[in-house]
Design a protein around this ligand. Structure first.
Ligand code: COA
Length: 175
């Protein structure tokens, strides 16, 4: 691991209700750097998440992720768009807003974010959507036992963006 093992890596997991306004703004800013389209109500969506995860490397924020708590209608629309066979009701959480700063990419740091986001789901089923061109994210999702479900569809917000649905089944937790 070379350089990575010498770095000080830590993860902060927070309920958005415990975040300051500045933290919510910083989180939104980083997610938008990752390609999320700026839109009205975005910060409210962040505030409604189950948890926000921050990756700190050598004291700097190097990445973020969120375990979202999407509204029922939104989930239904995503699963319908994907023509998914699995019912959306079985997936209460969505993994998303995964972003690692460009200077830290390709060093497996995203695993810290994903593992902590999935811990927050307490074993419940989780889904994620990802653009068809996000190869690194697809690899990451596969590593954490997400499977592609349904078919790609075109984003309603940007016709140039094609999305895919991934689902991860509930895990039985022991101990
Ligand atoms: C997706 C993202 C978070 C991955 O972070 P990262 O820390 O660089 O990823 P990792 O180093 O952990 O690599 C993840 C996997 O993708 C692979 N990978 C990395 N870069 C890749 C690339 N450009 N193309 C294909 N695969 C790639 C790695 O080999 C690794 O595979 P493995 O787990 O089988 O070994 C980061 O690229 C990013 O922030 N991208 C922009 C925002 C984004 O696309 N977010 C996803 C929103 S759903």
């Amino acid at each position: 691991m070379g350089q990575q093992s010498e770095r000080s890596v830590s993860v902060i997991v927070k309920d958005p209700q415990d975040c300051t306004e500045a933290e919510i703004s910083k989180f939104a800013e980083l997610v938008q750097l990752g390609g999320e389209v700026k839109r009205e109500g975005f910060k409210d969506l962040i505030r409604s998440a189950k948890s926000l995860i921050w990756l700190q490397i050598d004291g700097k924020t190097a990445g973020v992720a969120g375990l979202k708590h999407p509204r029922k209608q939104y989930r239904q629309r995503v699963f319908a768009n994907a023509k998914a066979e699995f019912p959306s009701d079985q997936y209460p959480f969505e993994l998303g807003w995964v972003y690692v700063d460009e200077s830290y990419r390709g060093k497996k740091y995203s695993r810290h974010l994903i593992e902590n986001a999935l811990k927050s789901a307490s074993g419940k089923s989780v889904y994620a959507t990802s653009r068809t061109d996000q190869a690194a994210m697809h690899r990451t999702l596969k590593r954490y036992e997400f499977q592609k479900e349904g078919k790609p569809w075109t984003s309603g917000r940007d016709p140039e963006i094609e999305l895919l649905l991934f689902v991860r089944e509930a895990k039985l937790l022991f101990g």
